[in-house]
Ligand binder design. Sequence first.
Ligand SMILES: Nc1ncnc2c1ncn2[C@@H]1O[C@H](COP(=O)(O)OP(=O)(O)OP(=O)(O)O)[C@@H](O)[C@H]1O
Ligand SMILES: [Mg+2]
Length: 614
Amino acid sequence: MFGSGAANLGGPRGMLETFAKGADDTAFDARIAWRLLAFVRPHWRRMVVAFLLMLVATGLTLVTPYLMKVAIDQYIAQGDTAGLHWIAVAIALSFVGVFAATAGQRYQLSWVGQRVLATLRQQLFEHLQRLPLSYHDRTIIGVTVSRVISDVGVINELLSQGLLTLIGDTLLLVGIVVVMVSMSPKLALLTFLVMPLMVLVTQLFARRAKVAFRETRARVAEVVGDLAENIAGIRVIQAFAQEDATQERFDEANRANRDAQVAAMSLSFLFLPSVEFLGAVATAIVLWFGGLGVISGEVTVGVLVAFLAYVGRFFQPIQELSQLYTTLQSAMAGGERVLGLLDTTPAVADPLDEAPMPPIRGEVALRDVGFFYRDDTPVLHNINLEIAAGQTVALVGPTGAGKSSIANLVARFYDVSAGAVLIDGVDVRTVTQQSLRRQMGLVPQDPFLFSGSIRDNIRFGRPDAGDEAVEAAAASANAHDFIMAQPDGYETVILEGGANLSVGQRQLICIARAVLADPRILILDEATASVDTVTEALIQEALDRLLAGRTSIVIAHRLSTIRNADLICVLQAGKIIERGRHTELLAQGGLYATLYARQFMDAGELAGEQSEAG
Ligand SMILES: Nc1ncnc2c1ncn2[C@@H]1O[C@H](COP(=O)(O)OP(=O)(O)OP(=O)(O)O)[C@@H](O)[C@H]1O
Ligand SMILES: [Mg+2]
């Protein structure tokens, strides 16, 4: 068992890695961009406001150095104090304007951005809830989570910040070039000498950064995958005293991540200073040749000062635009994954002309049902089963025989591969899943509780049920006494996965949940496995009450609990090999009789040992 567990450690990690890898090779894709833009469209008014504010900020940023030039060349040079007052105030105001417009723009963008994010997440969650179990079966939880959290994040970054950065920075660059050239073509050309170097540096950086950042994402995924899996499996790790080996594997992933991060960061540490350095070179060139120009009377002091100011503003947009490229790439990759998820059609699809299931009387029929989860391995063969309203049918058989699979088909978690499942004569595929499941109760093999109070967990299927109804349901599930013994009674908070309750207690709560929902058809999957004999008796009593008057399918390993069933079907390797009532099956002397004799013997031995010990 541990062997297969250890082999599995590589599984999710491997998948996460490929998941992170394939990611960033997506080039710009107009279709993806267009579909993503649809999320911004409802907020177009705010985007227009943000755009106008951006124009104001860009315009004022362009204007201030020009105002300085005017101040120096016209007013200072000519000793015009009144003019100087005005222009100083104008410069101050334009700075205030840039500040206000930028702040306003950022606010609008965050407003839109957070709404786009929330909408995307809401749509994803809605979709995920409707995706069938077959999707969730084959998708690692971590992958789904990262779609809803981080992929959505990069998309938002592009849609809200990226778009306007692109437009704003381009406008600013063009504006600065135009103003510089018109003020002094010669000085402008000299400044632009550093441009080829700039392009070269950016290119070099962008190419390496792409590789380096992709590497970091793969390594982070590995660390996260390792961590999540090992925490989930901590019980097994401790039980087999494999802490050291696990630690070593984690350390390795951790080290690889550290090195990849350092490598990626050194790149940006090199890139940003080199951009600044080139900026300084450009400033020196302007000062040098501009200074010469001033001395020879070719340019004015004002032009020189304005140039110095423009050069200072020139490199920030270049830097931003080069980073935008990375954002664009990861947003495209993220967009592809998110849209891909939204496009996954449920394998179990509600028919287009969906009709709700009318109130159920409770006849269940399986006609020639064949089923496989995956194409290569059939799980059920030619199952025929008729259950009259109000009857209790028990499914028994060895592990892996297909008992839970039948339950899954009746609740339509999966669609049959052949034949049909009929409820009151209606093919379950012709009615909506919700209307069907609302009238069915399921106590799953692996009783799941949500974190929250015991009361809310029982109320899960009928949120409007009052406290009295909840307590009555708990009482008839024989759960009331142990709930009252909990520190806060019904308000006791259940920890994630029901960690603070025993398996038997979790099952009692799940039964109470089913009692409260009061379904016409009830499916109990091994409700009596893994509990002591006292709890088993409690559960048995609760079941007798619960099953009365309903159609029930009970899957049980403890054969003592199904003696009273109207029909017992024995499954083996996906086929019903025996059927009949308890006494009939015993008389047949087949598999059921063997299974029963074995359990009876075990129970007998156990009782013998106990009496010896006592
Ligand atoms: N989600 C799934 N995807 C693929 N195969 C599955 C899935 N669930 C079950 N199977 C396969 O289907 C077969 C029947 O499984 P099923 O869960 O119905 O058995 P079971 O009779 O309920 O067994 P147990 O008594 O152990 O609960 C098994 O071989 C199992 O490997
Ligand atoms: Mg099962």
